[in-house]
Design a protein around this ligand. Sequence first.
Ligand SMILES: C[S@@+](CC[C@H](N)C(=O)[O-])C[C@H]1O[C@@H](n2cnc3c(N)ncnc32)[C@H](O)[C@@H]1O
Length: 237
Amino acid sequence: MREALKELGLLEDRLPGWRLWREVDANHGCAFFQFVGYDKMKIPTVSLPQESQVDPLLGTPGWTKAEEVKFIRWLARQTAGNILEIGCNDGQTTLELGSALPNATVYACDYTGPGTMCPEQKAELPSPATLCQRARHLPNVNVLDCPSAALDYKKLGDISLVFIDGDHSYQGVKADTEKALDHFVTTKAKGKRFIVWHDAYEDAPSWVGVLSYLNREIVPFFDVPRVAGTWLAYLEI
Ligand SMILES: C[S@@+](CC[C@H](N)C(=O)[O-])C[C@H]1O[C@@H](n2cnc3c(N)ncnc32)[C@H](O)[C@@H]1O
């Protein structure tokens, strides 16, 4: 397949800005290309603060790397309100946030029903048994089994940090971000408030639209640094 593509001049070196993302079936001559030229990192990078990394974690995270969880926890400790995690899965990050912030409520949203995820992400779907299983025993963790589009911020008490790690498609992350921004601009601040995005990385497969979305629709208007060595970007509001 690669040889055939090469002959046609269809490999990366011949198509600036495009890279071969997936060869599906040589028999059918089918390949997918992803345009990456537009999605180079336009976001400024800040270094990972060492003080965010000091305290150990209770568990071993997997979806979100340990240093990322520690950074989110460090931001969350600077806020006075409650936390919303969109896409909690089995609660690896929720456990750390809930334990570190016993006076805050951590709303852990995920959806065990048929959601909006594209085929590539569907494998992440939790079952009712695994939904937030690592953290749902905590008294301050409130598990919400619903699509994030159904969240009503007015019914959640005083959210001051939203961790967006749900539907990673361009439209998914856009919908989650716009709801969070809408909440923050229509409510009064009691302290620092943050939106944190996961999966903001270069050369992601084309179904992961986080960086594309941030580059195109957020970076032109807001200061959204990326944290060096991680897939996190965040906005302080
Ligand atoms: C990468 S996992 C999240 C990992 C978790 N944040 C952690 O740090 O351990 C992404 C999750 O987003 C959930 N998800 C996808 N689309 C969603 C939606 N529209 N509403 C709520 N959750 C969604 C998936 O079911 C999946 O469990």
